[in-house]
Design a binder for this molecule. Structure first.
Ligand code: ADP
Ligand code: MG
Length: 679
């Protein structure tokens, strides 16, 4: 048998069971081995029945002394009881409707049982325990993610066979010196012991090794994709006095903006291309920093291009850059997919001739037919929304241009150094003067009409507002979400907010339709915008002072912070109302964080802590691939170690060709995630 064999190579796995495995993403024997347990049942520590504490979980080891005949309690409910004796006392085991388990228990045979002890003073009981024979030597038993029709026992049986047949083919791919340095067990040991650990310690060692593998492969993948070229830029620049630029702005730059600008300017005047990330909290004014960089490029006779993930943002950046730069004699254009061929051609001609110095746009910027005269600076906004390939294509439009990426998704400091590897990072951690923190309240749906009353008051005062309806149904096409938002908008427009102009924005609208709605909102023609999460990133309307978020418990904290960042962008005091119909303790605690924390970096840290790394990154906030075993929060130390190891391996063999198995895994990860999933 081989790792790559179909799962049907295992005995007892025919088409039907294979289909169930496929549901879990398991196609081959190797996939099965990589189906790691979620947790374990540990049968090794037993307690005497007499000592077992009621309401606590325990493992009991005892003999079956009596099997009580089945009792039909009512339609559809059959009760099976078995008495277990361990010499200290007896235990009544109760099995509901499980004839199979009942019949499997043999009188006078010894078993280990795991479950919660119930019952009263006189008699201890255990309901539907997990049971293994006392002869069993594997006392730590895996618990797997299952699917209807596929039982734990089936997986255990198939896994046992799979490991027996292919464990010799499990190859070590981490060099010995690294394994020793980080105290890692072998790959083969880890693969066996993650499933059937000899001891709790063995399970931990295996988890550590496999977690290390996962993080190492991820970081090597990023390393491979990173642009390590230290070639000379085609656009060397000379410094210029930023005060000249600043004088054309309607405001003074904050200290943090100035610092970011000076870091960028100094990079752009070196002879290797800049490769810098600007991480800033929402509303910290990253666009002005981007504009400064464009200005410097223009002073040096180079063009700049800023690519945004949506048409709305591309148009908004166009308006902003135009406002900042045209008074200084710098011509700005915009190129998006929804423009007519004629409009596009016109812009493209101006880019080619060099008539335009700065262009903002969407993916249209990287289309083949877009050519530049002398592109010296490429900027990507909300970079995690773009794949590596797209960013590479973008840079190829110029002669080794300087690269700047901007992200409004703060990532905890502990992680950003590792995730962004050798990107230089500028952090804007200061909001413009006069900004007041957005007052944030978490309330239940019962207070919805009071909340709407508050929204009305803001609108009456001449302000504007948003209501966000998150994905309500999970249908893949997103149609349900659109309908829900539509219905919502209609309902409040004809009900509680009658007489006010209510607009609707959702992801299924054509780009031109979205733009039209956003333009109306910006101009104040729409007072209240009901929206799905398409407004999440970047939209800037300083007159909007209230945002109400429905089903806010469905969002991660970082995402809520992004949404909240749509208000509080001007001189007015702003409010964010988080509605939820799920008022559990946990939800309340989570939402409460939003009312006390206003710093995106601190919120990201909390988010990571509460949701665990898996979820935080699973939601693609960073563009990282999902992790199966490691957790970026609790495994921070492992992350650091694997990062060092990745650097060591990549510097020894920049294309990893000296480590063929590792390289294969790395390339597989890159392929699986396409150009989209990876940072
Ligand atoms: P983000 O960092 O979220 O992309 P923007 O660049 O959209 O933020 O800026 C948010 C708002 O703050 C814009 O209206 C912008 O004009 C304004 N702004 C930026 N910098 C300053 C500043 N130094 N002082 C006052 N307002 C500023
Ligand atoms: Mg922005």
């Amino acid at each position: 048998m081989k790792m790559t064999d179909k799962i049907t190579a295992l005995s007892g796995v025919a088409a039907k069971r294979a289909a169930l495995y496929n549901k879990l993403g398991i196609e081959t024997v190797g996939d099965l081995i990589n189906h790691f347990p979620k947790s374990y049942t540990d049968y090794s520590e037993t307690v005497k029945i007499a000592d077992a504490v009621v309401n606590e979980q325990a493992v009991i080891k005892g003999f079956v002394t009596k099997k009580i005949p089945a009792a039909r309690i009512r339609q559809g409910l059959v009760l099976y009881k078995v008495i277990i004796d361990d010499g200290s006392d007896t235990l009544t085991v109760v099995l509901y409707n499980n004839r199979f388990a009942y019949e499997a228990l043999e009188p006078d045979k010894e078993y280990r049982l795991f479950g919660r002890i119930t019952g009263g003073f006189t008699r201890k009981e255990m309901n539907t325990p997990q049971i293994i024979s006392a002869d069993e030597t594997n006392l730590i038993r895996p618990k797997y993610a299952l699917t209807e029709g596929l039982s734990a026992q089936m997986v255990i049986t198939n896994m046992t066979e799979a490991l027996r047949s292919v464990s010799e083919q499990i190859e070590e791919f981490i060099p010995d010196d690294i394994r020793q340095k980080y105290e890692l067990c072998t790959e083969e040991y880890a693969c066996r012991n993650i499933h059937f650990p000899e001891s709790a310690h063995a399970a931990e060692l295996s988890r550590r090794r496999l977690g290390f593998d996962e993080l190492l492969v991820m970081q090597c993948a990023m390393g491979l994709m990173r642009d390590r070229s230290r070639e000379v830029t085609g656009c060397p620049m000379k410094p210029a006095d930023i005060n000249i630029f600043e004088r054309s702005l309607p405001f003074e730059l904050t200290g943090a903006q100035k610092k970011a600008c000076s870091e960028i300017f100094s990079d752009m005047c070196k002879d290797v291309p800049m490769n810098r990330l600007v991480q800033g909290d929402v509303g910290s004014g990253k666009t002005a920093v981007a504009a400064a960089a464009c200005w410097l490029a223009a002073q040096n006779g180079c063009q700049s291009a800023l690519m945004a993930p949506t048409e709305i943002l591309a148009r908004q950046h166009f308006a902003t850059l135009k406002g900042f730069l045209e008074p200084l004699g710098i011509k700005v254009g915009c190129l998006t997919g929804s423009m007519t061929p004629k409009q596009k051609n016109e812009i493209k001609a101006q880019l080619q001739s060099g008539e335009l110095s700065v262009v903002t746009g969407t993916h249209a910027l990287i289309s083949e037919s877009t050519e530049f005269n002398r592109l010296g600076l490429v900027i990507t906004d909300e970079q995690h929304r773009f794949g590596v390939n797209q960013r590479k294509l973008f840079a190829m439009k110029g002669e080794k241009p300087h690269k700047l990426v901007m992200s409004a998704t703060p990532i905890p400091r502990t992680l950003s150094l590792i995730i962004y590897g050798d990107l230089d990072i500028s952090i804007i951690n200061e909001l413009p003067k006069g900004r007041q923190p957005v007052e944030t309240y978490a309330v239940t749906g019962k207070l919805r009409s009071r909340a709407l009353g508050f929204v009305k008051k803001e609108l009456d005062a001449g302000r504007q507002g948003y209501i966000v309806c998150p994905m309500i149904d999970e249908s893949e096409d997103g149609i349900g979400e659109v309908q829900a938002a539509k219905a919502y908008a209609e309902k409040i427009a004809s009900g509680e907010l009658k007489g006010y102009t209510v607009g609707l924005l959702h992801g299924k609208m054509l780009p031109a339709e979205k733009d039209a709605v956003m333009a109306d909102f910006k101009e104040g023609k729409i007072q209240l915008l009901v929206s799905t999460t398409v407004i999440e990133v970047g939209v800037d309307v300083p007159n909007a002072t209230v945002i109400m978020i429905e089903s806010s418990d469905r969002f991660g904290l970082s995402q809520l912070h992004q949404l909240r960042g749509r208000v509080g962008r001007g001189k007015y005091k702003s409010t964010c109302i988080l509605l939820t119909d799920n008022a559990t303790e946990e939800t309340r605690a989570r939402l409460k964080i939003m009312s006390t924390l206003h710093d995106g970096f601190a919120i990201a840290e909390e988010d990571l802590k509460m949701r665990g790394g898996g979820d935080f990154f699973g939601s693609r906030q960073s563009g990282l691939p999902p992790l199966k075993i490691a957790d970026l929060y609790s495994d921070r130390q492992l992350l650091g170690e694997s990062s060092q190891a990745a650097k060591q391996l990549l510097s020894a063999s920049p294309d990893l060709s000296e480590y063929p198995i590792l390289k294969e895994k790395v390339l597989a990860l890159i392929n699986e995630n396409g150009s989209e999933g990876m940072n």
